[in-house]
Design a protein around this ligand. Structure first.
Ligand code: NAP
Length: 499
């Protein structure tokens, strides 16, 4: 650390070069700060680098799924494909000259707070130890695949892999393909493979609510118009109907008996009723829990896909995997060449397995032994100068996580301001403030639609919804101005007693 022009020049370590890490890097670069982004992979892009499955699409309108300061005229369609999004992040990182600040192939194995020096000591996969005054944990949420515990999986004779580890050489074209899992991923894969596979089987443990959404491609003329007039992009990004939908969605989550969730359920049921012809298939696809309890699926083509003659929806439970296919509980065998496991992610990991030790050697694993948590989803008592983007208890749902991360960054910048002015060495929330937040959050979370009686990655190990349980507006308000009275600022490095 050095003092220059009355302004402390801090050293920042950003963990992860996905959407949130690139955001932090751009902001730090613009502020003239000293930072390094550590990225364990060889490319940036986070979830958009790891996920390459056919059909990968972001179900947030493309023009709303960009940084607010970097609109993009080049989207090919209303919803962008994963590859386009990865390109967007690569181009944006290059444009803002942050790519040279990324250390690729370098995993942060540990972050250990040094009480004496008031710095973080990072252990890297290269064997190096480096110091940082501030850690920005931008390591994403859904990046550790969850493999299903199904008997016989290892003995399957064909190709078997998780959706986030797509194997390009796997037999798909003209082959018999099975997809286990009916979340956003499984649904998108089915819509992309039905016209490639000879036979496609969608193994669904739970049916899904499918929200019909518009889909259209942008013409070259439209893209040219976007390039000339960014106001046209803003009109889509800030479209009243889009934001009204987000408002309706968060109202629906937080008011389980309100009119908004009733509207969503009706739209989805009408979609099922009007799109699926065969009454037996219709009943197979009918959900038996509340809409939005699991993440709502937005799709314009799933019901078409499952009505193709080569596609089977299999609701019978899986008994085991055998070398030649999937044996169902009723004794039938679905013979397969390839089995795709779209079975989701370990959503409680966040920065882990990186070992994070705060004041007095307190381990994040211990702090998170019941559930991962952070004060307003960003900071943690006893972990000074440690900030999470898209961390635990943040908003989840059918909206842009880029917007969430930008709002969180605005919050972080306000907490950093006294450090940057040299008025404080450390900042962290009090234990009392965090405990109060978490108590209110858990109580509210239990009453949200996520807690209305279904299984999903939205629930923690105790069955409590793990996300932000209030409205989008409440989140925006909270991020706009931290409650500074809930924070402890230390001017020196001696241990602080937090209450
Ligand atoms: P997911 O929503 O967690 O869905 C996992 C699926 O696998 C569920 O249908 C689950 O069934 C099933 N499953 C798990 N274990 C199983 C087993 N042992 N046997 C049979 N079925 C099993 O995972 P995901 O689809 O990868 O999506 C995760 C999240 O990624 C989404 O919620 C979303 O936030 C994000 N995502 C977003 C987009 C986008 O367009 N923006 C696209 C893809 C993913 P149950 O429901 O019965 O548990």
């Amino acid at each position: 650390m050095s003092i220059q022009n009355d302004r402390r020049h801090l050293r920042y370590a950003v963990v992860g070069a996905g959407m949130a890490g690139i955001l932090a890097a751009i902001k730090l670069k613009q502020d003239g700060e000293n930072f390094i982004v550590y990225e364990k992979a060889e490319r940036l892009g986070g979830t958009w680098r790891d996920n390459r499955y056919p059909g990968l699409t972001c179900d947030v309108p493309a023009h709303a799924y960009t940084y607010s300061f970097e609109p993009y005229a080049e989207w090919q369609a209303y919803y962008a494909k994963g590859e386009e999004i990865r390109t967007y992040f690569e181009l944006t990182a290059a444009k803002y000259e942050v790519t040279p600040h990324i250390r690729f192939g370098c995993e942060v194995m540990s972050c250990v707070w040094q009480d004496e020096e008031a710095v973080w000591l990072l252990g890297l996969s290269t064997g190096e130890s480096v110091e940082a005054d501030v850690v920005i944990a931008a390591s994403g949420v859904l990046h550790h695949p969850r493999m299903p515990d199904i008997e016989g999986l290892d003995g399957f004779a064909g190709d078997v892999f998780h959706s986030a580890r797509w194997q390009d050489e796997a037999r798909i074209d003209g082959a018999r393909v099975g997809v286990v899992g009916n979340g956003s991923t499984g649904v998108q894969i089915i819509t992309a493979l039905h016209d490639r596979a000879e036979a496609l089987v969608h193994f669904q443990r739970s049916p899904q609510w499918i929200m019909p959404v518009p889909y259209f491609r942008y013409s070259e003329e439209e893209r040219a118009a976007f390039r000339r007039d960014p106001g046209l992009i803003d009109a889509i990004r800030y479209d009243k109907e889009y934001w009204a939908n987000i408002h309706r969605f968060t109202q629906a989550i937080t008011h389980v008996d309100g009119p908004e969730i009733a509207i969503i359920e009706q739209l989805c049921l009408d979609n099922l009723e009007n799109s699926v012809r065969d009454p037996e298939l219709k009943e197979k696809l009918r959900p038996n829990y509340r809409a939005a309890c699991k993440r709502l699926i937005y799709s314009w083509c799933y019901y078409d896909a499952v009505q193709q003659p080569n596609v089977t929806v299999e609701r019978e439970g899986i008994a085991r995997i055998e070398p030649e296919g999937v044996r169902l509980k009723d004794g039938r065998l679905q013979p397969l060449d390839t089995l795709v496991l779209a079975t989701g992610f370990q959503a409680d990991r966040f920065i882990r397995p990186t070992q994070v030790l705060g004041r007095n050697g307190l381990s994040l694993d211990d702090v998170w032994s019941t559930r991962p948590t952070a004060y307003y989803a960003v900071t943690i008592p006893n972990f000074p100068n440690f900030f999470m983007l898209n961390g635990p208890t943040g908003p989840v749902g059918n909206f842009s996580l880029i917007d969430i991360a930008e709002r969180q960054w605005a919050y972080v910048e306000q907490l950093l301001a006294p450090l940057r002015r040299g008025e404080a060495l450390t900042v962290e929330p009090t234990m009392r403030a965090h405990a109060g937040y978490e108590e209110r959050r858990v109580a509210a979370a239990r009453t949200t639609i996520f807690g209305s009686g279904c299984s999903s990655w939205y629930l923690d190990a105790t069955g409590v919804p793990s996300s932000w349980p209030w409205s989008y507006e409440a989140f925006a308000e909270a991020m706009a101005a931290p409650i500074m009275a809930d924070y402890v600022l230390t001017a020196a490095s001696e241990p602080v007693a937090l209450s």
